[in-house]
Design a protein around this ligand. Sequence first.
Ligand code: DSN
Length: 442
Amino acid sequence: MVYAMQKTIGLQGDAQMQALLVRELRRQQQTLQMIPSENYASADVLRANGSVLSNKYAEGYAGKRYYQGNEVVDEIEEVAIARAKKLFGAQHVNVQPYSGSPANMAVYHALLKPGEKILGMKLSMGGHLTHGHGVNFSSRYFKAVQYDVDEKTGLLDFEALRKIALKEKPQIIVSGATAYPRMIDFKAFDEIAQEVGAYSFADISHIAGLVVGGVHKSPLPFTDVVMSTTHKTLRGPRGAMLMCKNEDGVVVIPEGVDEKERFKLKDLARKIDSAVFPGLQGGPHMQSIAAKAVAFHEALQPEFKSYAIQVVRNAKVLALVLMEHGIKVVTEGTDTHLVLVDLRPQGKSVGREAAVALERAGIVANANTVPFDTASPFMPSGLRLGTPALTTRGMRESEMKEIGGWISAILLDLKNTELQLRVRACVEELCARFPIYTELEE
Ligand code: DSN
């Protein structure tokens, strides 16, 4: 048994860390992963991410590095970029950002001077810290103005957004969210940005896999800059990427674009690249870039489209089952991979208690604010549930019905620990029927 465990993770000289890594593998195998921003990357992605590339420094870009020994990593980065361009129909791609927050920082660094204005969605409405939240660099070094969703419907309100944009005249308008369950109209964002002379910037971290799977509208090629993390619905390694317009890209610049505009397009790519390196980052994590390339290859396969379709189908069924049990769901459903549960009918600030109760039952979700929540982000009144990881396990509508029933029962009886333990046994049995990472077991 001890021998088998050592083989499974494979650490030879550090028994303490070996045991912890095996424990985490078992936790992922034996619980239902329902945090919408998490997924199970393939064993190949994990292998690339844990490869010898971790040893290599490669400041710069392919063909222009500040260290020697780059013949292999240059090719790896070029392959990653070519695959990403194909996947998203992007004109220019940078695969070096370490993660989403630094990538967003690079965009602001590239396009704004300190003190210029960002217009982004409020965190409590479903935005992200880096979209201008008060405690974040995005509002310390820039002036941040924030938009809400509509209080009645929970939906984006483009008339209100346009009014703010016309009044505030931001230099950049950020679209994209971490807790918005409906389709985002990126075209409408871009039109408002154009009207007020701002850059349009889409953060598609949550929905990138749905975009490439064709089940969410894409912000490309019209949005000026697009950022995505690579580890959420896209199912790659922890990391991020930036895409923007560029004169020399795959997408041909339409006839009639004048010289000034052509220069701006070219300039944008140059600005983004130099903001990432040397503006903010040093050596790119080549192991992560190789793992991104593997994930892009996987997402280019026809099966990935079926995966994305199923992620959304599963989320829709989950939302429906919760509502049938009397649970309040923000916007009364979902178009995406996530379901935002409003627990205010169960009591203000019960999100954390609910997440802990579910965790006791082996269902891992996260407490989250809901629009117009008066509770704090740490003790919010909502819960965020997602289907990307469960869908990767192969679960479908019938499993969602079962899981939705368990979640509803727990949410409606939060103090009932005996129920939570009973559900835990069912969860373990379900997980055993949909195994993950068997290829990592030896
Ligand atoms: N932390 C991520 C999420 O869970 O949505 C966003 O960066």
